[in-house]
Design a binder for this molecule. Sequence first.
Ligand code: ADP
Ligand code: MG
Length: 385
Amino acid sequence: MSTIGQSIKIENVSKFYGSFQALDTVSLEAAPGKFLTILGSSGSGKTTLLKIIAGFEAANSGQIFINGEDVARKKAYERNIGMLFQNYALFPHMTVEENIAYPLKLRKCSKAEIGERVNDIIKLVKLDGMEKRLPKQLSGGQQQRCALARAIVYNPPLLLLDEPLGALDKNLRHEMQFEIKRIQNELGITTISVTHDQEEALTMSDKICIMSHGVIQQCSSPEEIYEEPKNQFVAEFIGNTNLIKGVVESKKKESDCWVSMVKTGLTEELIRVEEPLDRRQYNLDDVLLALRPELIHLMKEREGHINSFRASIVNSVYMGDYYRVLVKTRDSSELSVKISPEAYRKYAGEKELEFFFNANCVTTIYEKEKGVILKTVEDRFIPAA
Ligand code: ADP
Ligand code: MG
């Protein structure tokens, strides 16, 4: 059994409910067999977009191409898309195998073919031995697997998942994330998944599209979303980040870039920010520096690091593999840092601790242009002698 996923491309899709705009010129694309996640908070328009892809809702404008073909004229059932939603509603009076066979019966497959396909898929989702059970005789996770089997049994080239794991407890959710990913990979089904859970998005996806108020903010690999957020919204939405105010002290043109020296209240040093010449020049004085908590390190001794600062602990939370610590700098800015349990226990008793960061770990946001982030490229790390 093998399915070859098809490509999907969404171009400038807008949707209004009355005068309310739920989707604003949304464009995204997924290559065959890839797993794309749309990540956004509740009400951002995720379900609306999936309904439009599935053919349950019509867009006001824009186009959807599946395998290069515009599907505007195709009805939902003609699009042949597999779907799994949060309330996955198995038929309560049908057994596991009857539930899974249902879409094949609708498609008028032969009895032999149905038997074989149902058998294969039951093995794939690891429900062997439970064929004759009713949904109520299954655990939440097993019901979810059964619903997944029903969604993919007819080899759809495209699978849509609308927060299907939302109702499961944490351990089960992790297990199902792993299972869905395994099955999706094995079959090569192009998948668009919708979630508000950023961890789920980071762990499952080839590509993440961050959506806010019906607008796609960034579509990139998980690594790029986390390490190179395109704007302030994305930087703050994914993971924790410290936003540190800075002022541009000087700016000059150097061969192929503009170079700004930025002063923050954090360290004595100016931080050097390079921005490629081919970008518009942002002639602004105020910037925000985005610095992830895990990129701020506790200095064990005075190591003479250039970007170091002193701060005291305001509060801390034990997270198991690290302490999440809020510290206050001498100029009263508060920063979130991560400290290993080992280091925490050794140093937390001290009145003030010294921290450092590498300037190339900082991303720079030009504050009056919240849509723009430029990367700080220079590594100012000076190793301890
Ligand atoms: P999400 O799935 O991201 O939580 P939805 O796509 O369900 O978001 O909804 C996006 C916005 O559109 C919400 O503000 C919601 O209230 C609104 N909305 C969704 N469906 C309808 C509808 N049928 N009529 C009017 N407004 C709707
Ligand atoms: Mg929704």
